[in-house]
Design a protein around this ligand. Structure first.
Ligand code: B16
Ligand code: MG
Length: 220
C-alpha cells in the first residue's frame, strides 16, 4: 500500500458550478439586477460572488454604487434576483448535470465512501430534485440553518459531522475560491473544479468532474 495516500471516508460536493451549471444562472440574474441599478458587473466581479450567500452577494454588488439602500430595498432586490434565478432554473432536467457529475457520484458510492452536499444556496433542494440526484447524497446541508457563508468552514464541518466522518477523512469539491478556502479551513483535502491559476489554495485542480478519480487521492 502506498503510504503517501490517505484513506478518505467521504466526499462533500458543492452544487453550483460543480454538479450543474447553475453558477451561470446566478451570474445572469445578478447581471440583470446590476443593470437595473446602473452598476457595472462582469465575469471578473462575478468570480467574487461564487459560494457567497444571497444577501452577502447583494451587499458586494451594491457596495459598487454611490446610493445608500435601505434594508427593505435590499430585501426586495434579493427577492427579485431570486425570482429571475428560479425562472432560469425552472426548465432544468437531469440532462443538465455537468459532464462527469453522475459518474463521480456513482464512483464515490461504489468505493464505499459517503456523499455530502455543501451548497450555501437556499435553492439547493429544489435544484437537486430537478436534476434527479437527491438520492445520491447521504446528507444535504440546509443552507437556511447556517450562520456563516463560505469561506467560513461551518458548512463543510457541519456536513462532516452529519456524515459522522472526521474532517481530515473528507474530500471537498468546489469551483469557487471562497469554497476552497472553506474546505481548507475545515481541515479537508480540496479538489478544485476550474483553473489552477484561480483556485490557488486547492490541493488538486481538475477542469471538470470527467477528470475525477478517487484512486489518485485514496486507497481503501
Ligand atoms: P441562492 P454554492 C452558491 O452556491 C452560489 O455559488 C452563489 O453564487 C449563490 O449566491 C449562493 O449559492 C446563494 O444561492 O441565492 O440560491 O440561495 O456554490 O455554495 O453551491
Ligand atoms: Mg459553487
Amino acid at each position: 500500500m502506498n503510504k503517501n495516500k490517505q484513506v478518505f471516508e467521504a466526499v462533500i460536493f458543492d452544487l453550483d458550478g460543480v454538479l450543474a451549471d447553475t453558477a451561470h444562472f446566478h451570474f445572469l440574474a445578478w447581471q440583470h439586477l446590476a443593470q437595473t441599478q446602473g452598476i457595472a458587473f462582469d465575469e471578473v466581479f462575478n468570480e467574487r460572488l461564487k459560494g457567497i450567500d444571497r444577501m452577502a452577494s447583494l451587499e458586494l454588488i451594491l457596495s459598487q454604487s454611490n446610493r445608500v439602500y435601505s434594508q427593505q430595498e435590499k430585501i426586495e432586490l434579493a427577492r427579485e434576483k431570486n425570482q429571475h434565478y428560479l425562472q432560469f432554473t425552472g426548465t432544468i432536467t437531469p440532462a443538465d448535470l455537468l459532464p462527469g457529475a453522475r459518474d463521480a457520484l456513482n464512483l464515490v458510492r461504489a468505493a464505499g465512501l459517503k456523499t455530502g452536499l455543501a451548497s450555501v444556496s437556499k435553492n439547493a433542494f429544489f435544484i437537486l430534485e430537478k436534476l434527479g440526484i437527491r438520492d445520491c447524497f447521504d446528507d444535504v446541508i440546509d443552507a437556511a440553518l447556517l450562520t456563516h457563508t463560505k469561506p467560513h468552514p461551518e458548512i463543510f464541518l457541519t456536513s462532516a459531522s452529519h456524515l459522522g466522518v472526521a474532517p481530515a477523512a473528507c474530500i471537498g469539491v468546489e469551483d469557487s475560491l471562497a469554497g476552497i478556502s472553506s474546505i481548507k479551513s475545515a481541515g479537508m483535502f480540496a479538489i478544485g473544479i476550474g483553473s489552477p491559476t484561480v483556485l490557488t489554495f486547492a490541493d488538486h485542480v481538475i477542469p471538470d468532474l470527467r477528470h475525477f478519480m478517487l484512486s489518485t487521492y485514496a486507497l481503501n
